[in-house]
Design a protein around this ligand. Sequence first.
Ligand code: SF4
Length: 355
Amino acid sequence: MNSLLDHTPEELRARFADRGIERFRADQVLHWVLVRGVDDFGAMTNLSGDLRSALADDWQVRPLERVAVHAAGDGTRKLVLRTADGALIEAVTIPEERRQTVCVSAQVGCSLDCSFCATGRLGFGRNLEPGEIVDQLLHAREVLAESGLAPAPTNVVFMGMGEPLLNLKNVIGAIRTLTHPSGFGISPRRITVSTAGVASRMAELGAAVPVRLAVSLHATTDAVRDQLVPLNKRFPIAALVEACARYPVARRDRISFEYTLMRDVNDSPEDARRLAQLARKARAKVNLIPLNEHPGTPFRCPEDARVEAFTEAVAACGVTATVRRPRGSDIYAACGQLGTLGDRGRGPSSPGSGR
Ligand code: SF4
């Protein structure tokens, strides 16, 4: 059976036309699914009965099933979702003052094995299809509506499980649907793709979709980054920073360096100074994330005073530095914790991101 959400609106029109169905029917169907949240062809009342049955025979609408929702004290919610082939993935909704951000997964598991990440320990399953990425947003919107929270996701971050740039074609397809006026209509400027540093694919992403880029830097020397993010051996810091400097950003915008602070690993005054230099070269701002400790990690979070001193040292070099406090850490939904609980009672479900 074909998966409806695996196709961008343009592709779906073409597929419908191939089958002798008027192209505009694709927009009608997508409006039902993506805007009105209807997933039963039988309920799509502006389509003829014959067309509804033909579509139902041919097309699957939603590829994911909701398994569990864990609510944190700070309003963050972690969704555990099951794919048709039985893999468990996770998405997280993060309420902020005037926005509702949804963190989505791009892969089942991850091949990159970052040493501080719950995901890295669990290995790689497979790439998610575009529809499996889009459906995470539909599930998130439903959960938010049921919770009486802001009904619609306003921002999307690809910081869940997996490395988005190693599933680039499907991530771009999903972004095209999320940003299309017939779909969620989310501005590309409200979508951030986070990479552990696949420098060779950053330009392709930026050329295809004008989304924001976040780079998980986490270290200021190759010796330390080789240990934390083994991908650094393929794309060392200098190559990564060069690719960052070439990434297309809107005027007055910046890419972000994500930097997880780990006690006595990467939190020295020299690290702060080197981080600021790298950020200036890459024209990046810096998000500092005190480590979310999780079972099994040998790394620890620095004391508050050390985090503060590090932030001030980066800012003193003229670089914008913001401390991102963990969200949802009590339900293991914070960065680096996805997959450590999964569906409670089942143990680890699927890998989770350390970004
Ligand atoms: S931090 Fe990201 S890239 Fe690294 S292992 Fe975790 S999910 Fe994969």
